[in-house]
Design a protein around this ligand. Sequence first.
Ligand SMILES: [Fe+2]
Ligand SMILES: [Fe+2]
Length: 321
Amino acid sequence: MTITSTPNNDVRYTWAVALYQQMRENFWIPQRLDITQDVTDYGNLTDDERYAYDGILSYLTFLDSVQTCNIPHLKTSITAPEISLCMAEQISQEGMHNQSYQYLIETIIPPERRTQVYEFWRTDKLLRDRCEFIAKLYQKYIDDATTENYFIALMADFLLEGLYFYNGFIYFYNLASRMLMPGSADIFKMINRDELSHVRLYQKLIPEARKVFPHSVEQIYEMFDMAVNYECRWTNHIVGNNILGITESSTEKYTKYLANIRLRSIGLEPLYPEPKYSKSPYTHLERFSDTKKAAHTKANFFEATVTSYVMSSGLTGWDEI
Ligand SMILES: [Fe+2]
Ligand SMILES: [Fe+2]
C-alpha cells in the first residue's frame, strides 16, 4: 500500500482524474477501421518490407501481451482509486491492442504465414532474448515482491510504454507516407495515442515513486541505456538499412532522442546530451500519428472513420508530449 488517496471526494491526484477521462474519450474499436487496401498492398511490399511488417507485428503482440499480464500485478499496490482506475483502463486497452494485432494478422497476412508471425518472438533468437529481458524485469517483482523490485517493474513499464513501441510505429507511418498499408497506419495511430496516455500515467507515477522507493539515479540511467541498446539492436535486425526512409543511424538518433525526452519528463537530465539527439529524425512522419488535426490526414480516405472517434475533451493540465 504505497500510493494512497483519501477515501472521500477529496481526490489527491487530480491529474489522474483528468487522465482517466481522456483515456475513456480515446475509445475506439479496431474492427471499425477499414484495412482492405492493406491486403493488396501487403502482396506488393518488397520482401524486406514484408519481413519487417511481420516481425514488428509479432514483437508488438508480445509487448501488449506482457502488459496485459503484468499491469494487474503493479496495480495491486496502488490504493488511490483515481490511479487504480487509470490502470484498469490501461489493462483494458492493452487487451484491445492485442485484438487489433490479431485483426491485422488475420485480415492481411496470408494463412500460411500467420503461425510464423505469432511464433516469431519464439523462433527468432534475437527477439526471444529481448522478450525474455523485458519479461524478466517484471518477473523479478512477481517472484520477490520487494519495494526495490516494485520500482524496477515500474521503470520497466515506463520503458516499454515510452520507448519500445515507437520504432515500430515509425515503420508503419513510413509505409503510409509512401501510400502503403494505410489501414495499418490508421490502427497504429490509435494505439500510439493510447500508449501516450500510458506514458503520461507512468511519468506522473515515477516521480511519486522516487520519493518512497529505494533506487538510485545511476540505476535508472543504466536501465535506460540498456533499453536503448536493446531497442536499436532489434530495430536494426528487423528493419536495418533495408527500408526506404529508415537507416541504422536514424534509428539510433530517434531512440536516443526518445530516451532523452522520457528522462526529462520524470525530472532527470538527458542521457545523450549531444545536439544530434535533441531532435527527432522523423518529424516528417509525425503528421501520420496525429489523430486530431484532420487537415494533416486528408490523404487517407479512411481518416473520416478515425476522426469520428475523437471527441473534444476540454481537458486541461496536460502538456503534449
Ligand atoms: Fe498497448
Ligand atoms: Fe501501453
